[in-house]
Design a protein around this ligand. Structure first.
Ligand code: ZN
Ligand code: ZN
Length: 359
């Protein structure tokens, strides 16, 4: 079933007759479009993709499940939308209330005066959570590129190299392969590695630093997201102790996550392992998130999540421990849930690497 058919099924269940999809991530999921302006009108028997003149050629290539139309200056996007709704005979329209900003809604109230606008119930969160085989294949390829990137940058790690240099090498590698970065890379070292989402800085790597690198590619519209932590030069007993427990927590979560299990129970399993070394107090974020067209796709593995794990879902598993004044460790893999278990999509080594490797 393609995404348009799946959306129509959800619309029918929710009693939505006509839907305007305007959130770009939802539009991309629905149509495959990768530009910066696109909307789709969907009813049970009609669908239309609308973009502007910059994307006429691109949308004809990318959007294959519905006809595509575009407008150009001086025609205004909202006037064009009003015209298309009239042509389709739509007088009641649901829109995405969770992502539509007030200014846009105000314009619609003015320009779509003959259309009754109602916020749609959230249809996309659960639809986007479960990936098709085609989507999983694209994520698998994106993960393979992230693994290749780690193999590449791990050779750069030595005293005197800056966090900036490593972040730049990651981005350069992805760009050269025709991909983008899925999000700004995190490269933090030494005490700075205690910042879970720290920005790379001019700090130079030193012997005895943990270096945490969290990065991912966006390849053909789909993201990967991997974290590896290594030690520069020489690992202390404390480095090993902290690292081994985070790794044990990650392996336990990979063992626990199966179709039918509550997301919050997977999160708890990792936390319980960390508590055996009193490190759970330093695990300050959720265990993982859904992964897809955006790096933080729908779905959360956290203490408060109500998600239930099911086949076709793609998750990150990323426990972390951040000790102020010492440093932090995070280990993150991407997985897809199958009928009988999971497939791990990232394969970079997870034993503690001390770099540069001895000759
Ligand atoms: Zn990450
Ligand atoms: Zn992540």
């Amino acid at each position: 079933m393609n995404t348009l058919e799946r959306l129509r099924g959800a619309m029918s269940t929710a009693g939505v007759q006509a839907l305007l999809v305007s959130d770009l991530t939802n539009v991309g999921w629905l149509t495959g479009f990768t530009g910066t302006y696109g909307r789709a009108i969907v009813t049970s028997d009609a669908a239309l993709f609308i973009t502007d003149g910059r994307y006429t050629i691109q949308s004809a290539e990318e959007v294959t499940s519905m006809p595509s139309v575009s407008f150009s200056s001086p025609i205004d996007g909202e006037d064009f939308l009003a015209q298309k709704l009239t042509e389709l005979g739509i007088t009641q329209l649901a829109f995405d209330g969770a992502t539509t900003v007030f200014a846009t809604w105000s314009k619609w109230k003015e320009k779509l005066a003959n259309v009754e606008l109602t916020p749609s119930p959230d249809l996309f969160t659960s639809l986007r959570l479960v990936k098709s085989e085609a989507e999983i294949d694209l994520i698998r390829r994106s993960c393979a590129l992230a693994d290749a990137c780690f193999e590449h940058v791990k050779r750069l790690i030595q005293p005197g190299v800056s966090e900036f240099d490593i972040a730049l090498a990651i981005e350069f590698y992805f760009r050269k392969q025709g991909a983008e970065v899925a999000f700004p890379s995190i490269v933090v070292s030494g005490e700075r590695s205690a910042r879970p989402h720290g920005k790379p800085s001019e700090k130079l790597l030193e012997v005895g630093d943990f270096v945490t690198m969290d990065f991912g590619a966006k390849l053909d519209g789909y993201c990967s997201d991997i974290t590896r932590t290594v030690v520069v030069g020489e690992a202390s007993a404390r480095h090993r102790e902290v690292y081994e427990l985070v790794l044990e927590a990650q392996l336990e979560a990979l063992h626990k996550i199966r179709a039918g299990v509550a997301a919050k129970d997977v999160d708890r399993a990792a936390r319980e392992i960390l508590s055996t070394g009193n490190l759970d107090q330093y695990f300050t974020h959720g265990l993982g998130h859904g992964l897809g067209r955006v790096v933080h796709d729908t779905g959360r593995l956290s203490a408060t999540s109500t998600d239930v794990v099911a086949p076709g879902q793609v998750w990150t598993i990323e426990p972390g421990v951040y000790i102020p004044g010492f440093g932090g460790v995070r280990i993150e893999d991407d997985i897809v849930v199958t009928e009988n278990g999971i497939e791990i999509l990232t394969h970079s080594p997870k034993e503690l690497l001390v770099l540069p490797a001895a000759e």
